[in-house]
Design a protein around this ligand. Structure first.
Ligand code: CP3
Length: 352
């Protein structure tokens, strides 16, 4: 427990400070809360806008991206507002044709080393609206929330760049890793450039915190994670240097990768719902802050049960050096709006 003076100053923390401090493992009054995919189809006001506009167009129009990013914040007052965009948009800047129908499809995926010649480096134009949206959100929100930017990790971007339509077992990318490791290394190097360029542009635009999504890293053994996805993540983090805003790394299905994830140099490791938060707090939670990790399907539980689950999560997170409360993956489409309200409010009302 903080002493009297510290407790008094902690009592005046803004949402933005609370978020950044928890990410860095500094004391806070209560843990900050946000949800991955908090702007999306479970919200009627999102569906209304989306009925008139394609997903990519919504991302590419800064005024719409700002509006959609703010929709969940106006209802629930999360501590973090994530910019409405997608990890795959910068692939357009690398020269790939991208469509959502409704899942992402890359028109001519990269199949061989010679295809790398097709790749360009025009990342800036491909996320210009995202960066404008970050700047406007920062101005509009002031201290009332942290603005979260994000990028896809090299391994996950490489998965979408090589698989026309992603297979659950990542068959195309995984076979490249075994059969053409030199091609894959060169592709990962290009995706490191894409990831770094994206994050640097978002930092320049004013992001308070950054999250790297390595959604598909969990398909790798620990040894092969080090060889491919981990090597590339480390390169990204080294390239960003020490003066960056706090950085979160998320990987799905990565309970076997917690140690390597904690050793990357990020400030926060985001856990999926299958990891026991208390165990992670006792382990890596002394070296990095933790984010997560309520099962997204727990939002279908009766509200009192959801509140109890959320309280238990907040309690377990206290053993880590810092905890950002979140789900273990994105909000599901059929999630009741009331459940998101209960989840956020339960954290907001939790005692230090
Ligand atoms: O978290 C947020 O609220 C910010 C916005 C955000 C989106 N995608 C919006 C989106 C973020 C951070 C992402 C990241 C993303 N996109 C990831 C990594 C995180 C994860 O979920 O594992 C990945 C793998 C993608 C790629 C992607 N984009 C897929 C597989 C899909 C289709 C599946 C789906 O849920 O529809 C998308 C589309 C997408 N990205 C939507 C949203 C709100 C749905 C678009 C719609 O309205 O049709």
């Amino acid at each position: 427990m903080p002493d009297g003076i510290a407790a008094k100053s902690l009592g005046t923390l803004s949402a933005r400070e609370r978020f950044v401090r928890a990410a860095r493992g500094e004391p806070v009054d209560r843990p900050p809360v946000w949800l991955m995919r908090q702007a999306g189809r479970y919200l009627p006001e999102y569906r209304e806008l989306r009925a008139k506009t394609g997903f990519i167009e919504m991302c590419d129009r800064a005024e719409l991206a700002v509006e959609v990013s703010l929709q969940p914040w106006r209802r629930f007052g999360m501590d973090g507002v994530v910019v409405f965009s997608d990890i795959l948009l910068p692939l357009r800047g690398a020269g790939l044709e991208l469509e959502f129908s409704p899942g992402p499809v890359v028109a001519r995926p990269l199949a061989a080393e010679s295809d790398l010649a097709r790749l360009g480096g025009e990342i800036e134009a491909s996320i210009a609206a995202t960066c404008q949206a970050i700047t406007r959100l920062r101005r509009e929100l002031g201290e009332r929330a942290a603005v979260i930017g994000f990028a896809g990790a090299p391994w996950t971007l490489a998965a979408y760049a090589t698989e026309a339509k992603l297979s659950r077992d990542l068959e195309v990318l995984s076979s490249l890793a075994w059969r053409e490791p030199r091609f894959l290394d060169r592709l990962l190097d290009r995706m490191v450039e894409t990831c770094v360029a994206t994050l640097e542009l978002e930092i320049a635009a004013g992001a308070d915190c950054l999250q790297i999504f390595d959604t598909w890293a969990g398909t790798l053994s620990a040894e092969r994670f080090e060889r491919f996805a981990g090597r590339a993540l480390r390169a990204v983090i080294e390239r960003l240097g020490p003066k960056r805003p706090p950085l979160v790394v998320f990987a799905r299905g990565a309970a076997h990768l917690l140690e390597p994830l904690a050793a990357l140099g990020a400030d926060v490791v985001s856990l999926d719902w299958r990891v026991d938060l208390a165990a992670a707090a006792a382990g890596i939670g002394q070296r990095v802050s933790l984010q997560g990790n309520l099962d997204p399907t727990a939002l279908f539980a009766p509200l009192p049960e959801l509140a109890r689950e959320t309280e238990a999560l907040v309690r377990a997170g206290r053993a880590a050096r810092g905890h950002i409360v979140n789900l273990g993956h994105g909000v599901l489409q059929r999630t009741p709006v009331d459940a998101v309200a209960t989840f956020v409010r339960t954290v907001q009302e939790s005692a230090p």
